[in-house]
Design a protein around this ligand. Structure first.
Ligand SMILES: Nc1ncnc2c1ncn2[C@@H]1O[C@H](COP(=O)(O)OP(=O)(O)OP(=O)(O)O)[C@@H](O)[C@H]1O
Ligand SMILES: [Mg+2]
Length: 229
């Protein structure tokens, strides 16, 4: 295939840096990340606590603006110069995010949390939120608020919310980190099925080697850079 006809990668990152201000000190967390994820690829990101995995995922999810990046292309769009409105539009339209701390709205029931991304997109509600909760094994708990759910149940609501719109790109931050092995297997099966059947691109942070083995590629992060593994 001629290069011009090749599909654009889903993610192209070049020389990405990110720093946080810590009082008067500036701490650089990401030190020049290069990353390419093809469409339909399932990539696992591993690395020690504090090495910058969540920071990277939030940057890829257009939640955090990187301090500096030579390139940050998502779904064929260069995002480095985009304003807040265009970033939000791209995020709402294409990206599903499972946050490490879930970020569920405490005043809404499980099912209303899952409905949120559908409402934001202005889509009519035809029972997708209910079926998604059934799929993660929480049909019976759908009217409970997050405070009345276990940690693993909250994690599954967060997964249902990220998946409900069928995002092209799913970014998942330790999505099985709080689950027992049976539930973790069921969630992984759901993710890999979406990946297989709908060609969804997945970037998943995990500490679990067994989980990472299900991915097409494993990237090891250390001290804010990827190293070979
Ligand atoms: N908002 C913030 N302000 C200042 N420093 C931060 C902030 N968020 C993260 N950090 C620091 O940046 C570094 C990377 O944090 P990050 O959450 O990306 O790590 P992680 O790899 O996801 O870790 P874990 O496996 O524990 O979730 C850490 O040293 C952390 O203390
Ligand atoms: Mg993290």
């Amino acid at each position: 295939m001629a290069e011009a006809d090749m599909p654009e990668p889903m993610i192209q990152v070049r020389d990405l840096h990110h720093s946080y201000a810590d009082g008067a000190e500036v701490v650089e967390v990401l030190h020049g990340i290069d990353l390419q994820v093809e469409r339909g690829q399932f990539v696992a990101v591993m690395g020690p606590s504090g090495c910058g995995k969540t920071t990277l995922l939030h940057i890829l999810g257009l939640i955090t603006r990187p301090t500096r990046a030579a390139r940050l292309r998502l779904d064929g769009v260069e995002t480095t110069g985009l304003g807040d409105g265009a970033r939000t539009e791209l995020r709402n339209g294409q990206i599903g995010m499972v946050f490490q701390r879930f970020n569920l709205l405490p005043v809404l029931s499980a099912v209303d949390n899952v409905k949120l991304p559908l409402r934001i997109r202005g889509q009519s509600l035809n029972g997708e939120a209910e079926s998604m909760l059934e799929m993660v094994g929480l049909g019976a708990e759908r009217h409970r608020k997050p405070g009345k759910l276990s940690t693993g149940q909250q994690q599954r609501v967060a997964i249902a919310r990220a998946m409900v719109v069928g995002p092209k790109l799913l970014l998942a931050d330790e999505p099985t980190g709080n689950l027992d092995s049976e539930n973790a297997d069921a969630i992984l099966e759901l993710l890999t099925r979406c990946h297989r059947e709908f060609g969804q691109t997945i970037v998943m942070v995990t500490h679990d080697r067994g989980v990472a083995e299900r991915a097409d590629a494993v990237l090891a992060m250390k001290d804010g850079r990827f190293r070979e593994c």
